[in-house]
Design a protein around this ligand. Structure first.
Ligand code: PRP
Length: 213
């Protein structure tokens, strides 16, 4: 990567659309990003920026390894994955929350037995219950974790809640909020020094734009 180029790893999917809209509002040329076909690396012409489309956890990996300077990734992935990079801005979109949820009308904390909690986010789950000094069995589920309490595998789940529709339509409810989530800008620690001026300028542009809303 040329020293003048800034490479941004962008989480594919929901955050991708909001980020492309943000770039467009900065008057960046997002033609390539909008008409990407199956391409994974797209230029923002005239800005010397390259956008890499990746899965959330991989955004962090690419930024940590310095092959991308900047990443756009959800706080959920940051909390689960950890790692060494700077988290420098809250982009304000991709809002949702981590919550403990389970079957409607149940008291999760009732009784003395060790509870079973299902989640795709086992580190977040562990940290949450450790902070309460509570011992739980954690079962890793890869998707549609709402199934676990319905099938009797778990007393509760730790998952992302956005509109609450998935919980509601499956007879579940939030027992407790754990953390608010939104899209964040992360920066490689070396890029932060070597490309400071360009990164500062980009972050200033974004901050000003977000401040307008
Ligand atoms: C997430 C989450 C819930 C759902 C919540 O799943 O795991 O299932 O969204 O959204 P809601 O509150 O608006 O109903 P996602 O669609 O990301 O897929 P996944 O099951 O593969 O994680």
């Amino acid at each position: 990567m040329s020293e003048d180029t800034i490479r941004i790893a962008l989480t594919k999917g929901r955050l991708e659309r909001d980020t492309v809209n943000l770039f467009e509002s900065l008057n960046f040329n997002v033609t390539a990003l909008k008409d990407k076909g199956r391409k994974l690396i797209l230029p923002i012409e005239g800005q010397n920026i390259e956008v890499v489309l990746a899965k959330a956890a991989d955004v962090i990996t690419y930024v940590e390894h310095g092959v991308c300077d900047i990443g756009v990734v959800g706080k959920d992935t940051i909390m689960e994955h950890g790692g060494k990079y700077f988290e420098i801005a809250d982009l304000g979109f991709g809002k949702c929350k981590f919550a403990l949820a389970g079957k409607k009308g149940r008291d999760f904390y009732y009784g003395y037995g060790v509870k079973t909690v299902a989640s795709k986010y086992t580190n977040v789950t562990r940290a949450f219950f450790e902070s309460k000094g509570m011992d739980v069995d954690i079962v890793k589920i890869e998707g549609s974790v709402e199934l676990a309490p319905l099938l009797g595998l778990a007393d509760g789940i730790v998952d992302i809640v956005e509109t609450g529709t998935t919980l509601k339509e499956n007879g579940l409810e939030v027992y407790e909020d754990i953390a608010q989530i939104s899209a964040r800008l992360i920066v490689n620690t070396v890029s932060m020094k070597l490309k400071k001026d360009r990164i500062d300028a980009l972050v200033r542009l974004i901050d000003n734009k977000l401040g307008e809303n």
